[in-house]
Write a protein that binds this ligand. Structure first.
Ligand code: LLP
Length: 422
């Protein structure tokens, strides 16, 4: 469900014509729908409430870290899951209360831990023994005990793309669940650590509920073991990872996911912390681009767009599918032809789609890449000295540029020529 639809033959974001935004902002740009963001959050929150869970949703900023997007969720009660100093600063700047912020990640620096402690965030999800010791030292020096969940690696196959699976024992994440008890025992002895919970996150874009259940059952066993040993486990962070439909996937509805949490962890009396990213923002964003040329190659036709792999990396990185549609609605009987949709970047990997069946599209036409709200703008780069593309947030009939396109002067001003080259 999203709010990007054709109205009178023209694609709109809510009540705003995409073509109107393009005329003002220029392409490429990302466009987000407030109504879709809000809807996704509410459906997810309602599913958790209906299952009778005491839950805190901490939006995973890595999926989309635009401050206006974060604030949209914060207004609905969301916290934040952050993985860097930059994300922590963004969450705070967007108005997320510190006591709703979870700090995840396998390699937090000392500076990051100092910031987390000094801001008094809800909890740090610790992923290794050296990190536990570093955090304890920092907290103890400041006279506090930092609330900590230890991220366990349940060794469960999430059945997702190899590059985004995180809960297998060969992955770099968390502490092997078989060793977790030992590490909790060490944590308890540290002066700056207050052990409050268990965390796990097994991967992203999961389209089945079963791997979640398996992981949660392992968490459940661990909680029983820890409680028997006197630990006061009161929070369970179940991570993110619930998938969305990009093409023909049929991921479980939030109700099914919430029920799996309820069935496996619901009777433990713990607060459930969730870190959804993609689910909340994926379908709430599109990337809008102009076709620059249509090139007839030796064996195929190329649509060359002004967006490129640096703007939306997912196809190049994971061979991910993004539905491509023209902004002007094609006639129902328009002939379709297989084309390769590519960007201008100088490598073959800069391909959004191969042999995609599309209606006639000519140079100058606007096209959209759907389901680009998650890991789109957030993963973009300036490769080929292409400026980061603007982000636009639509709200009903209103819209605002929520991140401006940097000028070339601004980009070049970050660099300098050393004395010996002057
Ligand atoms: N929590 C932790 C600890 C994570 O590592 C992640 C994602 C999330 C939550 C949010 O997961 P989500 O609900 O969005 O699935 N760039 C890739 C996805 C990388 C996911 C990394 N971790 C992509 O474009 O598919």
């Amino acid at each position: 469900m999203n709010h990007f639809d054709y109205v009178n033959g023209q694609m709109q974001a809510e009540s705003v014509k995409i073509a109107d935004i393009a005329a003002r902002v220029g392409t490429p740009f990302y466009c987000y729908s407030t109504a879709t963001l809000q809807r996704h959050y509410k459906v997810f929150a309602q599913a958790l409430a209906d299952a009778g869970l005491d839950a805190q949703i901490c939006f995973a900023l890595k999926a989309n870290s635009n401050i206006a997007v974060i604030r949209t969720f914060a207004e609905l009660g969301a916290g934040a899951d952050v993985v860097s100093e930059g994300e922590l600063r963004r969450a705070l700047a967007a108005g997320v209360p510190a006591d709703k912020i979870v700090f995840s990640g396998v390699g937090k620096t000392e500076a990051e831990l100092v910031l987390a402690v000094s801001k008094g965030i809800m909890q740090v999800n610790v992923e290794s023994e050296p990190e536990l010791e570093a955090l304890s030292k920092i907290a103890a020096e400041r006279g506090v005990r930092m609330p900590v969940s230890i991220r366990v690696n349940p060794d469960v196959d999430a059945g997702t793309h190899a590059k985004i699976t995180t809960g297998k024992k060969e992955n770099k994440f968390g502490i092997e669940w078989t060793r977790a008890h030992e590490v909790y025992t060490k944590a308890r002895a540290l002066p700056g650590i207050d052990v409050v919970g268990v965390a796990c996150h097994i991967g992203s874009q999961l389209t089945e509920v079963e791997p979640f259940r398996q992981a949660f059952l392992r968490v459940r066993d661990l909680v029983a073991m820890l409680r028997a040993d006197g630990f006061d486990i009161r929070r369970l962070d179940v991570g993110g990872g619930l998938g969305i439909p990009y093409e023909s996937e049929e991921p479980p509805h939030p109700d099914v996911y919430a029920k799996a949490i309820k069935d496996t962890l619901g009777d433990l009396g713990c607060k459930i912390v969730l870190e959804p990213g993609r689910l909340l923002v994926g379908n709430a964003g599109i990337l809008v681009s102009t076709v620059i040329y249509v090139k007839e190659g030796a064996t195929r036709t190329f649509l060359i767009a002004d967006a490129a792999m640096n703007d939306l990396m997912r196809p190049a990185l994971y061979e991910a599918h993004h539905t491509i549609e023209p902004v002007t609605q094609p006639k129902a009987d328009a002939p379709r032809q297989p084309v390769d949709v590519v960007g201008p970047v100088c490598e073959t990997g800069d391909t959004f789609a191969k042999q995609r069946s599309l209606p006639p599209i000519k140079p100058g036409d606007l096209i959209v890449f759907r389901t680009a709200g998650a890991y789109g703008a957030a993963m973009s780069s300036t490769y080929n000295t292409r400026p980061l593309v603007p982000e636009v947030l639509v709200n009903g009939a209103d819209y605002a540029v929520v991140r401006a396109r940097p000028s070339f002067d601004e980009m070049l001003a970050l660099e300098s020529v050393p004395d010996w080259l002057k």
